[in-house]
Ligand binder design. Structure first.
Ligand code: NAD
Length: 424
């Protein structure tokens, strides 16, 4: 995963504000102990570490790293580590809260965490990135572990970063500990199907939502913003099942063909950077134009805050399935609610990533690798269970899909707090 969620727009809220607002919206529909809600407004702990890095020229530079733990009532903390110049303590706290809801809606035995280092990874050599990662792992060692907190890749980090992180932790632990991180290369305990899982889950959820509205995938047109890891895998999943992918984009622009693209012919950003915007398509569009196309389903799968109060009224799609994290601002969400546009939220749609991370953790603990076929089968089953739980809330109450999703998550977390009680 390499893209950023934009936080520069004036309308955008901080991740922690969004997470708190969504918690309060869900709490208003449930009979939840106010003490539990108050507890969930805050992280359990936030660790701030200083990381000295020896640069290739022999000088030493200091970097700041964070790890926020939000809630662990349902199991060990789980969440990504990002390397990005915009990493802040508040952002880590907000994103750790999102992870708590995401794990709960998927019914995974994990709580939420997020962390990162304030650094531009593009300015580091491979050796510098490795040294930074190893030292960061060492600084976090007291608060992470397979039964405590399990990091994963995020913006600016990848399977290789997780391999160094796991090796550093294992060397100090005196034993190979693959379960300390997920998103590793399969050769050291990573799971088959991990990288494609978020896009696949977006595809599965879109398929279910189409069926819910009594439509056929074969008669569904789809526009995908961001033909990267999430977007391309979602588009290909739906294309293979008969949907017509009429538009896709990358950072440089969009391509449009009303008859639909062969999504295996268009290569994604990693396969051939810039291929989308240079593809020989009937029509070229801008990214904002793609968002306003008259399609059945719009999948924003690039960055955050792209659907705003400025463009929400021009969106003609009947349904939005959030592939990216936080693509819809709260003001835009209100417009979609008023206009009856179904918005299937990120914490459900792209949760295939953390779900296959859970499978990876199970495989590591059991020292037994699953086949890709098994990963796909189990992911399908987990996604259907989550979808059905959300659908039941949606049918039972007069709420949006987003609210229904948060209701499922919060009721599970609140019940767990209730059952365990407050210590001491
Ligand atoms: P990626 O880098 O593989 O792909 C991103 C795509 O978006 C690329 O095609 C890129 O050209 C395009 N893009 C970048 N900036 C853009 C802009 N300003 N306007 C339009 N297009 C732009 O990234 P990814 O891993 O697919 O992640 C995409 C989103 O999904 C992010 O919000 C990420 O947080 C979220 N997400 C990713 C994962 C994962 O594991 N990959 C899991 C859950 C959520």
């Amino acid at each position: 995963m390499t893209t950023a969620e934009s936080t520069a727009e004036p309308e955008s809220e901080s991740a922690v504000e969004t997470a708190r607002r969504q918690l309060e919206r869900a709490a208003a529909h449930l009979e939840v102990d106010e003490g539990v809600v108050e507890r969930l407004r805050h992280p359990t702990s936030v660790y701030r570490v200083s990381i000295p890095l020896e640069r290739d020229d022999g000088t030493t530079e200091m970097f700041t790293g964070y790890r926020a733990h939000h809630d662990s009532v349902r199991g060990p903390y789980k969440g990504g580590l990002r390397y990005h110049p915009g990493v802040t303590e508040d952002e880590c706290i907000g994103l750790s809260m999102w992870m708590t809801w995401k794990c709960a809606v998927m019914d995974l035995p994990f709580g939420g965490a997020k962390g990162g280092v304030v650094v531009n990874p593009k300015e580091l050599s491979r050796g510098e990135k490795e040294r930074l990662t190893r030292r960061f792992a060492e600084e976090l060692r007291p608060v992470i572990g397979p039964m405590k907190d399990i990091p994963a890749p995020d913006m600016g980090t990848d399977p290789q970063t997780m391999a160094w992180f796991m090796d550093a932790y294992s060397m100090q632990a005196g034993e190979t500990t693959p379960g300390v991180v997920t998103g590793k290369p399969p050769v050291i305990g990573g799971s088959e199907g991990r990288e494609k899982a978020p896009g696949r889950s977006v595809g599965i959820v879109t398929r279910e939502a189409i069926e819910y509205y009594d439509r056929e995938l074969e008669e569904t047109t789809v526009a995908v913003q961001g033909f990267g890891s999430v977007g391309a895998n979602a588009a290909r999943y739906l294309d293979e099942r008969g949907a017509t992918i009429v538009a896709v984009s990358d950072v440089d622009g969009a391509i449009y063909d009303p008859d639909g693209f062969d999504t295996n012919d268009v290569e994604d950003h990693d396969e051939t950077p810039g291929m989308v915007s240079t593809y020989d398509a009937p029509e070229k569009l801008s990214n904002p134009e793609l968002l306003e196309l008259d399609v059945d389903v719009l999948i924003p799968a690039a960055i955050g805050n792209v659907l705003t109060v400025e463009n929400a009224r021009n969106v003609q799609a009947d349904m939005i399935v959030e592939g990216a994290n936080g693509p819809t601002t709260s003001a835009a969400d209100q417009v979609f609610e008023d206009q009856g546009v179904a918005v299937i939220p990120d914490i459900l749609a792209n949760a295939g990533g953390v779900t296959v991370s859970y499978f990876e953790w199970l495989q590591d603990i059991n020292r037994r690798a699953w086949s890709l076929e098994r990963v796909h089968k189990e992911l399908e089953s987990e996604m259907l269970q989550a979808w059905n739980a959300v659908r039941e809330e949606y049918d039972a109450r007069d709420v949006t899909w987003r609210d229904a999703t948060y209701l499922v998550a919060l009721s599970r977390i609140a019940e767990a707090h209730d059952a365990r009680g407050l210590w001491p």
